[in-house]
Design a binder for this molecule. Structure first.
Ligand code: DGL
Length: 280
């Protein structure tokens, strides 16, 4: 039997913790290793090449920690880096390992929530520009109308703990207004950035009656549970001692202070310096 290790969960910063929280609810028995690349976050406005290089470096670090399975719990990294890593890098660096993202599992199900067959996607600039959501949803729901709105101010508001301020109300109202201008019959809004669940209550205040607000945590957790059932060769390489370990590329003190809001429980993180990990 090959060596077992934790399931890796990655985000540019704190957002992936909203996904990890839901994964743990569904699959508590596994060990999880979380990495937030806080020192280089946010990724949302960075170029394809930069997000790809940062993400690949983090994936290589996970592999060095014995993770056979890594979840990119970040839409921006899933949109800009996942396909290249899966197609070009994995076969060379670790053919038996797997890296999964959050866009595909969301795209597979999002159409079922809408009666008007019209959904609005709120995401970072990078995710919107990649066109990943319109492309992926079209594979499963060819008749679904998909409208997108980039909300570049939302992650900075969240990362700077300003998400309960009046400034947040201003940008939420603005971006919601814009998306409903684009698609007047939208009846489902997807929070396609793993940071955005923190704004859920505020967004709900401004949503038209009858519009459903969907975040990804539960969707990704259900999809992961299904994946592990279908892939015993990967599942058997995931250790099961209920351990959770958190790393950040930035200050552990800042991470521990902020992370609780996202994860719902106190966290005691460790620092990692990725400089020694070569990208190419
Ligand atoms: N949490 C990341 C996502 O889901 C984005 C945050 C960032 O811009 O780094 O897209």
């Amino acid at each position: 039997m090959q060596m077992q290790g934790p399931i890796g969960v990655f985000d540019s910063g704190y957002g992936g913790l909203t996904v990890l929280k839901e994964i743990i609810k569904k699959l508590p028995e596994y060990d999880y290793l979380y990495l937030g690349d806080n020192a280089r976050a946010p990724y949302g406005n960075r170029s394809f090449e930069t997000v790809y290089q940062y993400t690949l470096q983090c994936v290589k670090w996970f592999f060095e920690q014995n993770c056979s399975l890594v979840i990119l719990a970040c839409n921006t990294a899933s949109a800009k880096a996942l396909r290249t890593i899966q197609q070009n890098d994995l076969p060379v660096i670790a053919p038996g390992n797997r890296v999964l993202g959050v866009i595909r599992p969301t795209a597979e199900i999002i159409g079922t929530f809408s009666e008007t067959k019209s959904v609005g996607i709120l995401a970072t600039n990078g995710t919107v520009a990649s066109q990943s959501y319109p492309m992926e949803t079209a594979k499963f729901f060819p008749d679904l109308k998909v409208y997108q709105e980039a909300c570049p101010m939302w992650v900075p508001l969240i990362e700077n703990e300003e998400y309960q301020s009046h400034g947040a109300d201003f940008f939420i109202k603005k971006n919601l207004h814009n998306i409903f201008e684009k698609g007047k019959d939208i009846d489902v809004i997807l929070l396609a950035c793993t940071h955005y669940p923190l704004l859920k209550e505020k967004i709900e205040e401004y949503l038209p009656v009858g519009v459903k607000l969907i975040s990804q945590g539960e969707i990704v957790a259900t999809s992961l549970a299904d994946y592990l059932t279908r892939h015993p060769e990967i599942e058997s390489r995931c250790s099961k001692n209920g351990q959770r370990i958190f790393y950040t590329t930035d200050s552990t003190e800042d991470f521990d202070n902020h992370a609780t809001t996202f994860y719902g429980q106190p966290i005691s993180s460790k620092h990692v310096d990725l400089e020694s990990i070569k990208i190419k």
